[in-house]
Design a protein around this ligand. Sequence first.
Ligand SMILES: *Cc1c(COP(=O)(O)O)cnc(C)c1O
Length: 365
Amino acid sequence: MAVPFADLQLQYQNIKSEIDAAVAGVIRDNAFIRGRYVDAFERDFATATSVKHCVSCANGTDALYLAMAALKVKPGDEIITTAHSWISTSAMITHAGATVKFCDTDGVTFTIDPKAIETAITPRTVGIIPVHLYGQPADMDAIMAIAHKHGLWVIEDGAQAHLARYKGRMVGTFGVATTYSFYPGKNLGAMGDAGAVVTNDDALAERMTMLARHGGLVKHQHQIEGINSRLDGMQAAILSAKLPHLADWTRARQDAAAFYDAALKQVEDVEVPQAAAGRAHVYHLYTIRHCRRDALAKHLGAKGIQTAINYPTALPLLPAYRRFEHTAEQFPHACADQGSILSLPMFAEITRAQQEEVVRAIREF
Ligand SMILES: *Cc1c(COP(=O)(O)O)cnc(C)c1O
């Protein structure tokens, strides 16, 4: 039996009538750009994630840019982020005009090591962007303590962590702003590109809204120079239709992860992902470590089991960052992980039979 990495078609079939009605409504109302579907999703998502404001935008990458631009990041500013993430996090630091300072991960959770943050702080540091990678919250108590001590802001990159919790508290409520992606494969996914940035800060919310809409809240009244980063009505309506299912989907991912954990823990050479105490992981990805990762991936692939490597190269070692002349020794955990990580099929609708097939094939290897 072939096992896909994710199955967006199945998710659609399960809620087809709700999605089709949402799309039909937008077309009927001509509500393609902004309008009531966008307003409604912003309200619903703010409520679902326990924050005051949700500023929707075109994608999770823009969300990062909007947050930093609204915080008035400027050339010479240094911003600290993790060596292990999707490139949006670090690229937007550069595009916002600042300098990226990478930190290693903690060696266990795949999230940024707070001890490395302390070492990376200089008089030019203005902020920290932890990423709740794979759906596991970063160590927010330690990170917020460092931020307060040094007078730095924190933006949480929550692109992979919708509804994840740290010590019972929703991610996205720690930093000054938190960014989300609704890329189709994310835990809450649109049927195209979509994103948002949430905050409890009224002034920041207004500035991010202006920046996303050509620099003004009223047509032709451009207070600042902004960009065009809008969530379209179709995606907003689709996201609103999916949002009521997100808590159930999250539990299903957590159940599937618990099944993998129990079945794979005893298998030689397999290191299952570890959720640190107090961190409610939402398993956007279920990523194991294996010393013969490439051979294992090939074996699974031959059986029709799709896997992925998230991500094959630690950020500091990408050609895009050659200018920094970083070495693997500077980021020992992130760079060791790039050779051993493997993400297994994980989605809310995955069946036990599919998971058993994955486990059987790994045992066989
Ligand atoms: C997906 C993702 C983004 C970017 O989101 P897009 O909607 O694809 O632009 C940013 N950061 C992380 C950690 C992501 O996984």
